[in-house]
Design a protein around this ligand. Structure first.
Ligand code: PMP
Length: 639
């Protein structure tokens, strides 16, 4: 508002009932000159069409405001929900007692006297005497409105709540005023309030019976603090604009950064906060953190070939020839011969017609599932599937039906209970946090019988299971083949990237629809080189996979022989601890003893299913595995 051309607009509407003038509506605004026409029009309409009846008389009074305007901040609001008006009156008493008014219950008795009055009662709280000159009319607080920002649209719709805040705020700043009690005389509005500068504005949700016209207000005045004439002059003449008047359902905007911080704070309280350890070495069986050496038993680099000489050699050659970045997506300028060579290698490795490369395994799952199921249908998903599968399902338009972990009977039942003419079942091949293997023959058979597409995630299977590390199909003696084989090159293969292998129809479809493939720059060539080299190393050095299998067996047998029965056919061995804090402590003890083993907590696994996730590498020595097992057994015995 511009402070110079400001006007006070008042509207009073009354109705002639049996020859007597009866007040039905009144309102006032403080507005810019430019807003007068709109304001007057709206107030006239409001006065003429009132629920108490149509007005017979309506006055509009317009005054130019020349004196200085007092700006006040709206009283803070609290709501007190009550069931009955009697409870509402108890809340008034509570308020009066809080104000240290000796005559609390007597003050409340005065409310009956206000019902017939147009204005408010001005009551001296010390001597309980009324101070208004005209006691049938009472005192009227006028000349107030909500302050508006420059671009805020003028609103003249009746809003009991916001008008009441404006009035209560003006009254609470009156010299000598200790508080106010208000019950609306509107028959349809039973909420009232008590207010004071100290207590703020307390909405009390029931102050009278619905339908009753009994309403009124008492201004509680302390004549030892200010003169009556000063108070009356303030109430009747001071021009007040109240800032920050918020609608009832207004929610204070929180600082977005504080909202984020509250999430991480709560994680800290619940032992779910995560920090990163910084490795000063390559990812290999022996690492260094803060200058101290550890045996790594937490890595997905199961064959420990990230820095294999052949891998480094291949990357160097490719770096010299191609540089690093690919500069475009596969469908634009970023499709090099090397990307295609890798896809051919993957297809061969997985014994499928074709394959498609993604930048990570995570993206492979997201892009593939969401592309295939983009028009709806049903996805049947194992309850322990990896987050990237879950996110892919969420990104699709399909109904998601979760079946019990590796429970093929439940999968079949869920398919039959939730039939669809287009559906897919998806499962980890090796479960990333439990280390168990999908019952692939049953999975594929059930899917085929029911016309359901079968998809598996071989992130922890590729390079790990199967006699020569070719994955779950080899593990089951090449007797079955799922429709969609997804995997990553970032774990046993030692590079980076995700893939999907399958028939030509599938790969052709994904190249044309998978958004994570289409809209992302393709993998850098050095990475592609590392993936090619990784697959070649697995093929040419079968001893790596053999040693991995031996190590897993050795570790499990040693633990079992010494009192803790475990068994795993994969590189992942979970030791379930349960409590998050205890799992963290166990991991710390292992660290103190020179072994890096991760504690896995919610949300990676369910709450109270925290665990140590032992990950075996082909490069661990028997001695290292034995030492780790001994420390672990010590922890488990004392836990
Ligand atoms: N699927 C599973 C089962 C995984 O464990 C992971 C990685 N933790 C991924 C997919 C994602 O692969 P990437 O790390 O290559 O993004």
């Amino acid at each position: 508002m511009k402070d110079k051309d400001i006007y006070s607009v008042k509207m009073r509407a009354s109705r002639n009932v049996d020859g007597v003038d009866k007040h039905i509506s009144g309102a006032e605004k403080i507005v810019d000159k430019d807003d007068i026409a709109a304001c007057v029009g709206a107030l006239v309409s409001r006065g003429l069409n009132h629920e108490k009846g149509n007005a017979d008389f309506l006055n509009i009074k317009l005054e130019h405001v020349k004196e200085e305007i007092m700006y006040l901040d709206a009283l803070p609001v609290t709501t007190i929900d009550v069931e009955t008006w009697q409870d509402g009156h108890k809340e008034i008493l509570k308020f009066l007692n809080e104000m240290n008014l000796r005559n609390a219950s007597k003050i409340l008795e005065f409310i009956d006297e206000t019902y017939s009055m147009r204005g408010a009662m001005l009551l001296d709280v010390n001597i309980l005497e009324r101070l208004e000159e005209d006691q049938s009319r009472g005192i009227r607080a006028t000349y107030m409105d909500a302050a508006r920002d420059n671009n805020e649209v003028l609103s003249v719709e009746k809003n009991h709540y916001m008008e009441a805040i404006v009035l209560a705020t003006k009254v609470s700043y009156c010299p000598g005023m200790v508080g106010e009690i208000c019950i609306s005389d509107d028959p349809g509005y039973v909420t009232g309030y008590v207010a004071s500068k100290e207590c703020g504005y307390r909405r009390i949700t029931k102050m009278k019976e619905s339908g009753s016209e009994n309403g009124g207000r008492i201004f509680l005045f302390d004549s030892t603090k200010a003169s009556i004439s000063e108070a009356i002059d303030y109430l009747q003449n001071k021009k007040v604009l109240v800032r920050n008047v918020k609608p009832l359902n207004f929610k204070e905007k929180k600082d977005p950064m504080q909202v984020l911080k509250s999430v991480t704070d709560s994680m800290k309280e619940n032992n779910l906060y995560r920090t990163m350890k910084t490795l000063e070495t390559k990812e290999g069986v022996h690492i260094k953190i803060d200058g101290k050496e550890y045996v790594l038993m937490a890595s997905n680099s199961y064959l420990d070939i990230t820095a294999h000489p052949k891998m480094i050699q291949k990357c160097k050659e490719v770096l010299d020839k191609y540089g690093v970045g690919s500069g475009g997506s596969r469908l634009t300028t970023g499709n090099m011969d090397l990307h295609e060579e890798l896809e051919r290698k993957i297809a061969k490795f997985k014994n499928t017609e074709n394959a498609i490369l993604f930048n990570t395994g995570y993206v492979a799952n997201l892009a593939t599932i969401s592309a295939i199921m983009k028009n709806g249908g049903v996805i049947y998903s194992d309850e322990l599937n990896h987050a990237s599968i879950i996110d892919g399902c969420r990104l699709s338009k399909a109904k998601i039906v979760v079946y019990k972990h590796n429970d093929m009977e439940d999968l079949k039942n869920k398919i039959e209970a939730n039939p669809s003419d287009f559906s897919m079942a998806v499962s980890d091949a090796v479960f990333s946090m439990d280390g168990d293997i999908l019952n692939l023959p049953e999975f594929v058979r059930i899917c085929k019988d029911h016309g359901v597409l079968s998809m598996i995630d071989e992130a922890h299977a590729t390079g790990v299971i199967g006699k020569t590390g070719h994955g779950i199909v080899e593990h089951f003696n090449n007797t079955v083949s799922p429709d969609i084989i997804m995997g990553t090159l970032s774990k046993a293969v030692g590079g980076e990237g995700g893939f999907v292998a399958g028939n030509n129809i599938l790969i052709d479809y994904l190249r044309n629809t998978a958004r994570g493939f289409i809209f992302s720059t393709s993998l850098p060539l050095v990475t592609v080189a590392s993936d090619i080299a990784g697959l070649e190393i697995i093929e040419s050095e079968p001893v790596l996979v053999e040693r991995l299998h031996e190590n897993v067996k050795y570790f499990c047998d040693y633990m079992s022989d010494n009192g803790y029965a475990i068994n795993s056919e994969t590189a992942i061995i979970p030791i379930i601890i349960g409590d998050e804090k205890k799992a963290m402590e166990a991991s710390e003890i292992l660290m103190e003893n020179g072994f890096f083993v991760s504690a896995i907590r919610y949300p990676t696994v369910a709450k109270k299913r925290a665990r140590l996730r032992i990950a075996i590498m082909s490069s661990h020595t028997k001695e290292e595995l034995k030492r780790a097992a001994d420390i672990l057994l010590g922890i488990l015995v004392s836990a």
